[in-house]
Ligand binder design. Structure first.
Ligand code: UDP
Length: 327
């Protein structure tokens, strides 16, 4: 299938693009390179452009005879979203509306959307099932939920089939450790710890040690990027016959910040300083997925559920790309 990967130069988009290609699809990467890296896109058609530009997006969809769109081009920093809510509404909601309008005009009716566990806010029940109340606690989660609702109503018209995939903590590196995380500035836990282990930063800070968890630090469900991308392929296939799909994507196992730090120590064989600091606003104590729905309905399974394996792949990426992508 010819798939437009919007945001295909980013971390998840570039892994998705590589997987689509490996599986015999024809991905076309569409990215404005505001966050992504040209060097993360290899051997596939690359289109430099902005999905907020209706005319250019429509032309691109037509030119490459696109049959489905996967959308990864969102802003993803919770803290930044609190500081700059309008930027998040503009990029994540308004521009996505434009993308959907261009798809509608081009009569493309398959859309796979990268959503997030942040749509649940601070859920009362753990692990989280898809029907738990959606109550985002920051603009990032709210904008993702707004797009899910937009897709829901569009699907009701019969003109769009969509899958919303709610990610827990995507991490690790795909394609043999060659496609990894390179956010600038970096804010994600695993790459930050690895940078500390590589001596590229003085320490790693633990944001809060007084949470109601076993060791006092936040617990998250870390999911390997390739397992995550695999679910997109399965969902895309299912959109042939379904108009609305919503799935959590996680392993269902939680690891605390301290456990992640210890695992990086083990994998890297390096020691580094750890600083205990205040909580980061907006962090729920525990987020783990109940992904039974994706397993049962998509036949999805994870191949890299062990945190150690995930971190080994990330360690490989950072060691082979000590300064991130070159371009
Ligand atoms: N975290 C931390 N120190 C850091 C970065 C993150 O203690 O320098 C914690 C953060 O508070 C959260 C977990 O690590 O509990 C995962 O954070 P990340 O930003 O990687 O992903 P999120 O859970 O926010 O999607």
């Amino acid at each position: 299938m010819r798939v437009l990967v919007c945001g295909g130069a980013g971390y998840i988009g570039s892994n998705m693009t590589a997987m689509l290609r490996r599986e015999g699809h024809e991905p076309v990467v569409f990215d404005n390179l505001s966050k992504g890296h040209r060097g993360a896109v290899k051997n596939v058609q690359f289109v430099l452009g902005d999905f907020g530009d209706f005319d250019f997006t429509f032309e691109t969809l037509q030119k490459y005879q696109i049959e489905a769109v996967m959308h990864f081009a969102a802003f993803i920093e919770v803290g930044e979203s609190v500081q700059q809510p309008l930027q998040y509404y503009e990029n994540n909601v308004s521009k996505t509306r434009t993308l959907l309008a261009a798809m509608e005009k081009a009569e493309i009716n398959k859309f796979v959307f990268s959503s997030t566990a942040a749509v649940y806010g601070m859920p009362d029940t753990i692990p989280i099932t898809e029907d738990v109340t959606k109550a985002p606690i920051n603009p990032y989660g709210e904008t993702k939920w707004a797009v899910e609702r937009m897709c829901h109503f569009l699907s009701q018209t019969g003109r769009m089939n969509y899958a919303a995939l709610r990610y827990f903590n995507a991490c690790g590196a795909g394609q043999g450790g060659t496609l990894g995380e390179d956010h600038r500035p970096e804010s994600h836990l695993i790459p930050l710890i690895i940078q500390a282990a590589m001596g590229k930063r003085d320490s790693i800070k633990i944001f809060g040690t007084d949470y109601p968890t076993e060791d006092g630090t936040c617990v998250r469900d870390y999911i390997h990027i390739e397992d995550l991308c695999k679910a997109h392929l399965l969902a895309l296939k299912k959109l042939d016959s379904e108009s609305e799909l919503v799935y959590n994507l996680g392993n269902g196992t939680g690891y605390s910040v301290r456990q992640v730090i210890d695992t990086v120590r083990k994998v890297s064989g390096k020691d580094f300083n750890v600083e205990e600091t205040d909580r980061r606003p907006g962090d729920p104590p525990v987020l783990t997925a109940d992904a039974a729905k994706a397993r049962n309905e998509l036949g999805w399974s994870t191949h890299f559920p062990e945190l150690e394996t995930i971190i080994e792949s990330a360690w490989e990426f950072h060691n082979t790309h000590p300064n991130g992508y070159e371009d």
